[in-house]
Design a protein around this ligand. Structure first.
Ligand SMILES: Nc1nc2c(ncn2[C@@H]2O[C@H](COP(=O)(O)OP(=O)(O)O)[C@@H](O)[C@H]2O)c(=O)[nH]1
Ligand SMILES: [Mg+2]
Length: 440
């Protein structure tokens, strides 16, 4: 990404044709551009004005609304303008060509507006991720998480822990100034110890959230498992409402994990069909069975399927759904109370199965405090910070010198600084902003 002295422009609304196209411009050249292209010259700050937009040869590009937002009180912190035009491909091309013909103006890269907002201190990195998540949000749950994050509540927790660490560091540094053992305050149960204990508790509590935030963002996981030919693939196709997996009467048809993405109870859910569990000499199928078991253990919910004609003893855990398929053929009189009778062929019982899945997904999310951690990046940073806090606390208890204790506190603080983007680790920034769409 090149220097912030460039002025950038981009289509910020969806692809044409659309009713309205919004083009954003940000950077030092915005005021001059407004003077040139707005029919009536630079508009008063933050006032929508109607008029024609003109190109360099004073030809009309389109007519529409425009707004000029001088920095630093704009999204990016720089001078910014937004043009509201008719959303046709030719209009958009004409306006972007006109803008890019100005000196020092170019098309923006993905996320570059938000990156400038970050670099100008309008947002921290966690809030910037909230912006990306809000745009990507497909479910209400994802949206409300993203809004919270964008609003800064997550950043506030991270910042306050970082503040505590800096205070602990200051206290430790002060005690380094007592080289004389006798004058040195005993720190093993002093204010540093209290701070570290508090932090350890807070970080551990934040991490112990069943990864609910990440589940809401990335989707819950369900695995369908059971013996070959039980009808697993048929059930997946029923739940997906399409022929996602191949169904045949040949046992061992499904060899790899087939996943479909559905929405259940307002959440994104990945349902995986797996290879039938059986002893096999076929190395491909054996690998399929290994993957099936792996996927099952990594899932939030397992649907254990067997068929009414070939009884199968499932080692069901609590949290597993037991399904007996092919009840159109044989309907056993006795089955334990929580078995769901299904026929993937006729559709019988599929609704009951869906209701049960929905109830379980809701149970995951209800009655829990708002999850904080929404990304793996955050979890890793907090885990490392917790590790160093524990280390510091142990060293303190063991009576090690303040320098040594302080080193771990410093490393923990550094992790949290990286998390909010206070220390600009270039590759983190690249990774976060490259996932944005153009115009944001
Ligand atoms: N009669 C009947 N046959 C079924 C039912 N579900 C699946 N089958 C048949 O059982 C065979 C195996 O089904 P499939 O979904 O491939 O099972 P998988 O090996 O567990 O994935 C196929 O011939 C299906 O048509 C059902 O509910 N009733
Ligand atoms: Mg199958």
């Amino acid at each position: 990404m090149s220097g912030a002295q460039d002025t950038i422009c981009a289509l910020a609304s969806g692809p044409p044709p659309s009713a309205i196209a919004i083009v954003r411009i940000s950077g030092p050249g915005v005021r001059d551009i407004c003077a040139a292209i707005f029919e009536h010259g630079v508009p008063a700050p933050r006032k929508m004005v109607f008029g024609r937009f003109l190109d360099v040869s004073r030809e009309t590009i389109d007519e529409g609304l425009g707004v000029f937002m001088p920095g630093p009180n704009s999204y990016t912190g720089e001078d910014t303008a937004e043009l509201y035009l008719h959303g046709g491909a030719a209009v958009i091309e004409h306006v972007l060509d006109t803008l890019c013909a100005f000196d020092g103006v170019r098309l923006a890269e993905p996320g570059e507006f938000t990156r400038r907002a970050f670099e100008n201190g309008r947002l921290d990195l966690v809030e910037a991720e909230g912006v990306a998540d809000l745009i990507d949000a497909e479910t209400r749950a994802q949206k409300s998480l993203a809004l919270e994050q964008l609003g800064g509540s997550l950043s506030q927790s991270y910042q306050s822990w970082r503040g505590d660490l800096l205070e602990a560091m200051a206290l430790l540094e002060a005690s380094i100034d007592f080289p004389d053992e006798e004058d040195a305050p005993d720190e093993s149960d002093g204010p540093v110890a209290v701070k570290l204990d508090m932090l350890e508790l807070a970080l551990a509590k934040a991490l112990d959230d069943d990864q609910l935030g990440e589940r809401i963002q990335d989707g819950f996981r369900i695995a369908i498992i059971g013996p070959p030919n039980a009808g697993k693939s048929s059930i997946l196709n029923r739940l997906a409402r399409r022929d996602a997996a191949i169904v045949t009467d040949i046992p061992g048809t499904t060899r790899d994990v087939v996943e479909v993405r559905v929405k259940i109870a307002g959440q994104v859910v990945w349902i995986a069909d797996t290879a039938g569990l059986r002893e096999t000499r076929d190395i491909v199928e054996a690998e399929g069975v290994r993957r099936a078991l792996e996927r099952a253990s990594a899932s939030d919910i397992r649907i254990r399927v067997s068929s009414s004609d070939t009884p199968y003893d499932h080692e069901a855990d609590e949290g597993d759904i037991i399904v007996l398929n092919k009840v159109d053929q044989t309907r056993p009189a006795d089955a334990s109370g929580n078995t769901i009778f299904v026929s993937a062929r006729t559709g019988e019982g599929i609704e009951a199965l869906e209701n049960d899945i929905e109830r379980r997904i809701r149970a995951f999310t209800s009655g829990r405090p708002a999850p904080v951690i929404t990304r793996r990046r955050h979890r890793l940073a907090l885990e490392t910070a917790l590790f160093h806090v524990k280390q510091a606390r142990q060293n303190l208890a063991a009576g090690f010198g303040a320098e040594l204790v302080s080193e771990d506190v410093r490393l923990a603080a550094q992790k949290l600084s990286g998390l909010v983007g206070q220390i600009g680790v270039e590759d983190i920034l690249g990774e976060v902003f490259s996932s944005f769409c153009i115009g944001k």
